[in-house]
Design a binder for this molecule. Sequence first.
Ligand code: GLP
Length: 264
Amino acid sequence: MKVIVARDYNELCSFAGRFVIRWLQTHEKVVLGLATGKTMIGLYKVLVEQYKRGEVSFRNCVTFNLDEFVGLEVTHELSYHYYMKVHFFDHVDISEDARFLPNGLAKDVLAECDRYEKLIKEKGGIDLTLLGIGKNGHIAFNEPTSSLASRTRVKRLEAETIEALEKSFGGKEKVPKYVITMGIGTIMESKHILMLASGKEKACAVRDMIEGPIGAYCPATVLQLHPHAFVVIDEDAGSLLSRKYDTVKDVLSDPYEEYFYEGK
Ligand code: GLP
């Protein structure tokens, strides 16, 4: 696991943007795993800006989102379909038939999970997955105690996650209880992972993910086992860490920066 500390959220997003763009520039065809959530908004903004300046194209990308709520219309403004449209898809050149999200409206949601897994395989597997982290250490919607080998499936949200979503949905009872999420095993098959975490409210989860023992109690700890996991955090999210880690400045001034992006 390569940990990089940014001064603040802005530096975090511009560094993560640089990372993704290097990736796109050095790979012919890229299958991306995409995350949602507040943290990702700044990264998508950087990517859209770079696209508009003509510095990057997503034409050769195929994308798979990590998760979606069960039962929310795709036009619901809190669905992940809608989020992706507003923050990313509407502004870049990823063709419509290359964007995939789990279908939370499928008649048979269990069959939908299997279909999604198969589709990822058919497209050659995921090259680079963007990940955020929940306050309880979840990745995608793999709540604590999720099997570290789990595949795409339906999960019931934990009380803590429902609380985190309560405000935006306008009440606990309005938060969907079920989601479709890529499993931890599915995520770990991604060839590279770029995890972002920002803010003091993530500090406990970030400490456990980086310095804690690996366990399903904190799903994000599984990244310690991934050969190419990059964790970019801001100082607030890293405020409970016991060691000093490389800063964005350290990486950018490293003569082997290119080598670093390859994650070797
Ligand atoms: C949700 C998403 C996750 C995301 C997490 C953190 O639970 N399913 O993929 O990582 O929120 O979101 P935020 O960045 O808003 O804290």
